[in-house]
Design a protein around this ligand. Sequence first.
Ligand code: NI
Length: 180
Amino acid sequence: MAIKPIIKMGDPLLLKTAEPISKDEFGSPALAELIQDMKDTMVAMSGAGIAAPQIGVSKQLTIFGGFKSPRYPDAEEIPYTILCNPVLTAIGDDMAEDWEGCLSVPGMRGLVPRHLKLRYQGSDEHGHPIDRTVEGFHARVVQHECDHLFGMLYPMRIRDLRSFGFIDALFPGQTLPAED
Ligand code: NI
């Protein structure tokens, strides 16, 4: 149980495709410990989610949701989810743009297009299947976190870099947490 340092954009590890969680790893103490470290780090940083590569472990594992993030007070609550080896399938062509931040890109926000609705499949830490169809903020968080497992960071998806900048410059006078 530990808060880990966050790997920041620029580190080549964040550009790699992460290794799938193997059969032997499901249910193992090592996996449980990794998940606990990720959870401790996510909560300490008030993140909406975190992916294993962000704490330096290149595995297809992300956790998200489970509490009201002070960063997203108006968003619907997402159940706390541990997701391994995810497969995302967009439903329909509808996209929406909204502001995103990332623990690996501290102090910044960007306007990112995401699929409005999608199905995600994978498994939990015991290898039990997860299969959900979601939309809106839940769908956005899943897309952001799963991108981390395939070498993508949200600034790479911004359509117009004029909609990318430092939080205090983009939103002057608003009391948003400096880090996310
Ligand atoms: Ni992120």
